[in-house]
Design a protein around this ligand. Structure first.
Ligand SMILES: *[C@@H]1O[C@H](CO)[C@@H](O)[C@H](O)[C@H]1NC(C)=O
Ligand SMILES: *[C@@H]1O[C@H](CO)[C@@H](O)[C@H](O)[C@H]1NC(C)=O
Ligand SMILES: *[C@@H]1O[C@H](CO)[C@@H](O)[C@H](O)[C@H]1NC(C)=O
Ligand SMILES: *[C@@H]1O[C@H](CO)[C@@H](O)[C@H](O)[C@H]1NC(C)=O
Ligand SMILES: *[C@@H]1O[C@H](CO)[C@@H](O)[C@H](O)[C@H]1NC(C)=O
Ligand SMILES: *[C@@H]1O[C@H](CO)[C@@H](O)[C@H](O)[C@H]1NC(C)=O
Ligand SMILES: *[C@@H]1O[C@H](CO)[C@@H](O)[C@H](O)[C@H]1NC(C)=O
Ligand SMILES: *[C@@H]1O[C@H](CO)[C@@H](O)[C@H](O)[C@H]1NC(C)=O
Ligand SMILES: *[C@@H]1O[C@H](CO)[C@@H](O)[C@H](O)[C@H]1NC(C)=O
Ligand SMILES: [Zn+2]
Length: 654
């Protein structure tokens, strides 16, 4: 009887936690707030001991493109309209197809049957190898993170006396699931849905040979299902949690030979922490002190949690151009020092596996590498998207705060991208620019959080600015200046326009920034963002005025590394990056006058390797990190992280 009591108790707590999160138009993933950590059940699969599959380490064992078996149950507390049910089914079908073409596993014996719990089992406790029930087998179907699973999918269950006598089979094997490596149960209820939650997911059973997740749930929040593409990206993100990107799964990861990465006890379980949660060894997840974390009060120490598995480190070293990188930081906000289930947003920003998903989303090599490092999958990296954010920004970028990075770059007269430090009124942002991958017109989200978060100042370790243009520098107000995105450590960067229609400013599929299209923009799949050199003059009949914004979405093209921008059908060909080209054209009786700033081909055609060989060099298959540009860089491999941090501000990569 204890089970059901603690179950409702947790639901209550969780509802309170989720109710207090900030409302926004982007998806905030609640994975780390779900009380599912101890829901994992290890399941022994019949047939998994046969010699053909047993203990086959290395790559040989990976013989099966993953087969995802999806079951929808929209009838419990049914709140998804039929239209939305169809939308979810279509999108889940696409995600399944996508993942099945990317991931290979060790074939799961067929049919797959999940484990049934015993009555009175505390559903929050992870059980060991399958044991008979010493009271009764649960007559309910297995509960997969609060959700029911059809009893047809379950294993037999045996009931015994406490001394293991008088065992009887209370339930026989259900038919199970043929040809299935992962069973996914899909629901559409409002339970645990925050104001901006589109979906959430969790795995619930692991097979006990390699501990790979074999079952999970994904729930779609009825009131937040809207744009198809967004729902696709969120669904894929959530299934990545089921597959392996979860703090509750790190302790179960396997190495490339199929051996546990974290030491196990006699029952095959990893060690636990004071809360009874399983914890991964330092060879998987490692806490590190960054000793040169610059704030507006000076340097301080900050402890971060890093994923240090081999592929992830390899991708990180290459991406950041930091040969001494020890690991890739995990999101620490909202989880109080424990390992999180997302990449640190300050570092990877719009990578799809960060905790807040907004306009531009990239499933990059980082997240695919993590799945491979779980030891459960071989991954085809060819579907990885290019991540422009942070590329080549060096060890100083990863080892310190954005405040320190901005200061260092300014001292060297270098651009402070991917960050920005222009103070904006978020209710009426005037100074727009392109975001880092030019997928949208964006605003620098350095704001006075005083208005935005009412009275809650930024934690001191994330306060970076003592002054700035248009700041109110009263001592009372300085603690409020910072980026609008908490999970990005309050670092300011060019970001989705706030308080707009969701698609405004998104070049690929959005709409112009002003109703009158003052910037002569064109939106569509061939468009990206280009900055103006200042504000344009518009002459409309007898009326001449200054345009409000100074960036826009335009069609573009690269050929032999030469960039061409098209404005209302007229081509402007760039001869070098940074060149200002004058625009003076008339369309439909409106005259547009001003300048556009030429991007380099790498900046705008980073994914067009054929027409921009420089991009292939940076992001392509044979890309390798640029050699260190100074002697500090080449000394770094010999010294520890402490030195990396101390020298970080000098080890710059040009
Ligand atoms: C959905 O779940 C309910 C409650 O467990 C169950 O009665 C029903 O049969 C399920 N439907 C499907 C299609 O699995
Ligand atoms: C399941 O067992 C409980 C007692 O453990 C009983 O009250 C309930 O009626 C049973 N339900 C079914 C469907 O057999
Ligand atoms: C980080 O610093 C804290 C306090 O300064 C210390 O207790 C902890 O052991 C350090 N951790 C590591 C991994 O060095
Ligand atoms: C940061 O950590 C280093 C090494 O552990 C220590 O010497 C230093 O005093 C710490 N600095 C602060 C500001 O706590
Ligand atoms: C990855 O696959 C999806 C689904 O097929 C596709 O929409 C997307 O464009 C692909 N991305 C890349 C970078 O290949
Ligand atoms: C920002 O916008 C204001 C108002 O339009 C303008 O006066 C100012 O020059 C702009 N600043 C920058 C740095 O673009
Ligand atoms: C600056 O902030 C202080 C404290 O909120 C306020 O009293 C003062 O009026 C502000 N100054 C300006 C110029 O807005
Ligand atoms: C030009 O004026 C017309 C008529 O007032 C208006 O509909 C249109 O939006 C204006 N265009 C621009 C770019 O100002
Ligand atoms: C991703 O990694 C693969 C394999 O290492 C590499 O071929 C590919 O170029 C990388 N893609 C990007 C976008 O970095
Ligand atoms: Zn998530």
């Amino acid at each position: 009887m204890k089970g059901p009591t603690s179950y409702s108790f947790y639901i209550l707590i969780l509802s309170l936690v989720l109710a207090s999160t900030v409302t926004s138009h982007y998806h905030e993933c609640p994975h780390d707030k779900l009380p599912t950590k101890k829901f994992l059940i290890r399941t022994h699969l019949e047939g998994s001991t046969d010699k053909a599959t047993k203990n086959v380490g290395g790559d040989d064992g990976f013989n099966q493109p993953i087969r995802i078996n999806i079951h929808y149950n929209f009838s419990i507390f049914g709140v998804l309209t039929e239209d939305k049910q169809e939308q979810v089914k279509t999108i889940m079908g696409q995600v399944k197809e996508n993942l099945e073409s990317i991931l290979t596993v060790r074939r799961t014996p067929s049919p797959l049957r999940l484990r049934r719990a015993c009555d009175g089992d505390n559903p929050f406790i992870l059980t060991g190898p399958t044991e008979p029930c010493f009271n009764r087998c649960s007559n309910n179907s297995a509960i997969c993170s609060f959700f029911p699973v059809p009893s047809d999918h379950l294993q037999r269950c045996v009931e015994c006396n406490g001394d293991r006598s008088n065992c009887v089979e209370a339930y026989s094997d259900g038919p199970g699931l043929e040809d299935t490596d992962l069973a996914l149960y899909v629901y559409g209820v409002s339970l645990f849905c925050g104001a901006s939650t589109i979906a959430y997911a969790s795995s619930c059973q692991l097979e006990d040979q390699y501990d790979r997740p074999i079952a999970g749930i994904i729930n779609f929040c009825p009131s937040n299902i809207d744009d198809d593409e967004e729902v696709f990206q969120v669904a894929k993100h959530e299934i990545f949690h089921v597959l392996g990107f979860s703090s509750s799964l790190y302790p179960w990861y396997r190495d490339e030979n199929g051996n546990p990465r974290t030491r196990r006890d006699a029952n095959g379980n990893p060690p636990t922490d004071a809360n009874g949660d399983y914890v991964a060894d330092e060879s998987t997840v490692k806490m590190v002190n960054l000793t040169d974390w610059q704030t507006r009060f000076g340097p301080t120490n900050k402890t971060v949690t890093q994923l240090v598995t081999p592929k992830v480190v390899e991708v990180g070293r290459r991406h950041f151009n930091c040969n001494t990188l020890e690991g890739v930081q995990l999101e620490d906000q909202g989880g109080g020092g424990t390992a999180g289930s997302h990449w640190e947003k300050r570092l990877l920003n719009y990578e799809a596996m960060t905790g807040v998903i907004s306009q531009n989303i990239a499933f990059s090599n980082f997240s695919y590498a993590l799945l491979e490092d779980s030891g459960w999958y071989k991954v085809d990296y060819s579907n990885a998207s290019i991540l422009v954010w942070g590329r080549g920004d060096g060890c100083g970028y990863t080892a310190g705060s954005c405040g320190g990075y901005i200061d260092t770059k300014k001292r060297q007269n270098q651009p402070i991208a991917p960050f920005c430090n222009f103070f904006n009124d978020e209710f009426n942002p005037q100074n727009l620019s392109c975001n880092i991958d030019r997928t949208a017109v964006a605003f620098c989200n350095l704001v006075d959080n005083y208005y935005y978060y009412l009275d809650v100042s930024i934690p001191p370790e994330y306060q970076y600015f003592n002054s700035g243009a248009n700041f109110n520098s009263s001592a009372f107000r300085l603690p409020f200046y910072g980026g609008i995105v908490h999970t990005a450590d309050f670092c300011p960067f060019y970001f989705d326009l706030p308080f707009r229609q969701a698609l405004e400013g998104i070049c690929r599929k959005g709409i112009p920034l002003t109703d009158s299209n003052e910037a002569a923009e064109t939106y569509g799949p061939r468009s990206r963002c280009v900055d103006h050199s200042g504000k344009w003059q518009i002459t409309n009949g007898s009326n001449t005025y200054t345009a409000q914004y100074s960036a826009g979405c335009y069609e573009y093209q690269c050929s032999n590394s030469v960039v061409t921008i098209m404005i209302f059908g007229q081509s402007y060909t760039c001869s070098r990056a940074g060149q200002v080209i004058q625009v003076d054209q008339t369309a439909d009786g409106v005259r547009y006058r001003g300048g556009i700033v030429c991007p380099s081909c790498v900046e705008i055609c980073y994914d067009d390797f054929e027409n921009c060989p420089e991009a292939a060099e940076l992001y392509g298959e044979f890309a390798s990190p640029a050699p260190p540009t100074d002697s500090v860089g080449s000394l770094l491999p010999m010294v520890g992280l402490l030195f990396v941090a101390i020298f970080a501000s000098f080890a710059v990569n040009y």
